[in-house]
Design a protein around this ligand. Sequence first.
Ligand code: ARG
Length: 562
Amino acid sequence: MDYKRYIAEKINAEGVSTEEIAALLAVPPDPAMGDYALPCFRFAKVMRKSPVLIAQELAASIAPDGVIAEVSALNGYLNFKVNKAALAGQVLARILREGERYGASDVGAGRVVCIDYSSVNIAKPFHIGHLSTTVIGGALYRIFNFLGYRAVGINHLGDYGTQFGKLIAAYKKWGNREEVEKGGIHAINDLYVRFSNEADEEMEHEAREYFRLIESGDKEANELFNWFKSLTLAYVQTIYDRLHITFDSYAGERFYTDKMAPVVEELREKGLLKESEGAQIVDLEPYGMPPCLILRSDGASLYATRDLAAAIYRWNTYHFHKCLYVVAYQQNLHFRQVFKVLELMGKEWAKDLVHVAYGMVSLEDGAMSTRKGKVVWLEDVISRCVEKARAVLEEKNPALENKDEVAELVGVGAVAFGALCNNKIKDITFSYDRALNFDGETSVYLQYTCARAASVLAKAQAEGIAVEELPAFTPCAAESELVKQLALFPETVEQAAEKYEPSLISRCLLDVAKLFNKFYLECKIMQAEGDTRAFRLALTQASLTTLKNGLTLLGIGVPEKM
Ligand code: ARG
């Protein structure tokens, strides 16, 4: 049973739906206030009464029953105390029953959500700036699937542009096959950087020529380009594997080469295209934006042109419910322009395009050595964090088995959690020490809490005690608070999808972990007996299940032991 729903159904507030009430019901921070509270301020207008009076009248109209133990009104809040034993029984039974599916649902059945994330640039560094798009996108991908949607993960590759001409020119001049084969993306990047530093007018000319050759389908130029592309993709794949990131499509910018002309034609037919200094633009001045550049004066397409073609292609291919673009807020204007142009083209679905913007990630020790210049490669951050995790584990638990494997999960998880634990739009500074603090608001704290719960359960199992038997039991305050927090998980997952905000899950898990540890320290589990022990073991199992499900959605692995 969903407690909020149950309570909401008892509340007869004129002109306000049960759904609205359920959504407003909250768990007050101080349990002394009640288990659930309904703020009545929003009803004042519809009901034309003061919130204080509304709360009082509603309180008088609801009779306690087996679920609701007490109803009271205070300062415009309607407060409920529920029957703790019933609450615990129902919540835990559901978690034990649903296991890995706890928090999952089919609300999204039959709907497709396209998610454009990570979207790497071929032959360019995969750097710290790609962390958020990759892990936030990956989390949203799993969250939507968990809720029954069909998520389509799209890596909109940056594989179009004059830089590939430069790269070929540089390779021809300074490169050789063996070195590039061996050095991979780093060797490619070196060539590119060298071109930027050293190219003269003649090389610039060659670069333009090679770019033209790629475009015109020249065999050798395309072979080189495809080689650079496959080296880049093989490289990023190793990072995706570590971060548990997958895609369904790698249709990048180049994929739209032959799909832009019809879009330009449509813009022209609809009278949206204007000439400005030789270029073709869509005027967005009436909407307070600079014009959207469609074709340069030399006829070349732009980033926006390819995004227009991509959006139309995605609509035709997937008939999406939503199409998300997990891209840094620096591209706010770009997406506002693209979405507006599609709207002006009369694409009714333009309203379902969403720019999921996020803030910047920087490193606390900006001085860390990088392979090239100022760019901080994501791989280096991950490796360094895993190394540090290894040292922390060595210090905390020298006897731990599989230290390398655990360090991998802890270190990679800490980097990912860095971009998943705060409201996504915030700029963040990543600090290794903070991220690896066992007692902080960290992934390692969550992982450690899982290991702690798992070790209790393993001990019980070793002694032949069932961990999933659920007796009727009246929980103490610490147990009850934990139960209530566990009960919030499914709606948290839904909110995370609704708001495109995986950090809601992170926050929920941190609260679960805090309350679990409080319970763990205050209540004896294995030393208790009979129903008390059985209940506590079930609560431990339910906490572990909830933490694991949440961490899995975030893409963070859970070591068995720590
Ligand atoms: N490759 C682009 C960049 O690194 C991001 C692409 C985002 N997706 C899109 N459809 N524009 O800036």
